[in-house]
Design a protein around this ligand. Structure first.
Ligand code: F6R
Ligand code: MG
Ligand code: MG
Length: 393
């Protein structure tokens, strides 16, 4: 079995939170080459999106393997030292723990991993995003693996017609569930339509049993208990031969979907598909960017990358992202540009609320609590659907 791992971290920005310094890339590349020479890895490459540095690796150690995660941890410490020497911004930002303990779970860096039997020809796309959260993949994954208007193969390829199984994580309560699609599509959408909480972790083919996609599902803000930067996600998608074709996978990014992230991790903004050379969020620390690196994996070797969004076919999505950004920016500190209070990654609300607590005056008689008012909708929301009144009773 072969494992593809993308492990990523923000260990310092150049300039501000916009990009990775070339010396950090050199340091990581040297580490990767040494790991190939010592046969820890079969192959590996370094790639960046914004201020996040990704190690794209193939190996035979399986998922969440100590030697591979330990190697990434050490490499991110080495790039942090470079960032510190150069005085780069937020050096070591995503390294939240003092010591490595077996794997990277909860330590800060994000990772997406897929373990599979390499096919005679193995096309894979590695997606890297900056200034957004793991739930940003929910909508594109739904389009790729469940929407026949995006993916023709769901209707006309006999190996895809039965559909795909989606594994979804509840990031707040640390639970997982599988949805058998299309049969359970409508149930699934109830959850993954709320991407701050419910995140597609993986997808597999029902007909082939193959794992088809994996995402990074760590939320730094939840791990750290306070804002430490958006968790800028990565994703691996396998293509062709009974899985969505490369073009069906990329088609899902021809709309600049609205995602959470951008400035201070606290705004809705459009996700812009860009060539690697343009993956530097600039305007208002955005718009959030996504890069797609295509590889053929041959005997574990990464043949590539091909910079798949370096293509005029995505100019429309880029124009749309700029227009949507213009429109949303005019809202300034108002929702829906600014995230709702519960989702803000930076907030002054507690101190502002404290300061003004004494100045709020009751307005008796004007606002009746929902329960007294018999407001059915609100009451149902508060009681929960299980106790909804049965009609006619
Ligand atoms: C970082 C990010 C940025 C920062 C912003 C303020 O991932 O999304 O938008 O939140 O640049 O950064 P600080 O608080 O470090 O000045
Ligand atoms: Mg940063
Ligand atoms: Mg980042």
């Amino acid at each position: 079995m072969l494992t593809v791992s993308i492990i990523k971290a923000d260990t310092g920005g150049f300039v501000g939170h916009s990009a990775v310094h070339p010396k950090m890339i050199d340091t990581a590349t040297t580490a990767i080459n040494d790991a190939i020479d010592s046969e820890l890895l079969i192959d590996g490459q370094v790639a960046c999106c914004g201020d996040d540095l990704s190690l794209i690796m193939t190996h035979r150690h399986g998922m969440e393997a100590t030697p591979v995660h330990g190697f990434a941890w050490d490499t991110f410490h080495a790039t942090t030292r470079v960032a510190q020497d150069l005085g780069l911004y937020g050096a070591g930002q995503d390294l939240l723990a003092d010591a490595f303990s077996g794997n990277l779970r909860g330590l800060g860096p994000g990772y997406a991993e897929l373990e599979f039997e390499e096919r005679p020809s193995e096309p894979v796309v590695c997606f890297l995003a900056d200034k957004t959260e793991p739930g940003a993949w929910n909508l594109p994954l739904y389009k790729i693996f469940a929407d026949p208007f995006n993916t023709a193969g769901l209707v006309i390829d006999s190996k895809m017609h039965a559909g795909f199984v989606f594994e979804v994580y509840d990031l707040y309560e640390e639970k997982r569930i599988e949805f058998d699609c299309p049969a359970e599509l409508h149930d699934m959408l109830m959850f993954i339509g709320a991407p701050a909480r419910y995140v597609v972790h993986g997808v597999r083919s029902k007909t082939l049993g193959h794992p088809a996609a994996a995402t990074s599902t760590q939320r730094l803000s939840l791990i750290a208990g306070k804002y430490v930067g958006k968790d800028d996600p990565v994703m691996i998608v396998r293509c062709q031969s009974g899985l969505p074709a490369l073009g069906e996978v990329l088609e899902a990014f021809t709309t600049a979907w609205t995602v959470a992230g951008c400035m201070r991790g606290s705004h809705h903004a459009p996700l812009m598909p860009v060539a690697a050379g343009n993956a530097h969020p600039s305007r208002f620390d955005g718009p959030p960017r996504v890069v797609a690196l295509g590889f053929q994996i041959t005997n574990g070797k990464l043949v590539g990358p091909r910079d798949l969004f370096d293509d005029p076919a995505f100019d429309g999505a880029r124009r749309q992202a700029t227009q949507v950004m213009d429109y949303l920016r005019r809202h300034g500190p108002f929702e829906p540009h600014r995230l709702p209070l519960s989702e803000l990654e930076y907030t002054t609300m507690p101190s502002v609320a404290d300061k003004l607590a004494d100045r709020w005056e009751p307005i008796e008689g004007h606002l009746v609590p929902a329960q007294q008012r018999g407001d059915t909708k609100t009451a149902i929301r508060e009681r929960g659907p299980a106790q909804q009144p049965v009609s006619g009773s």
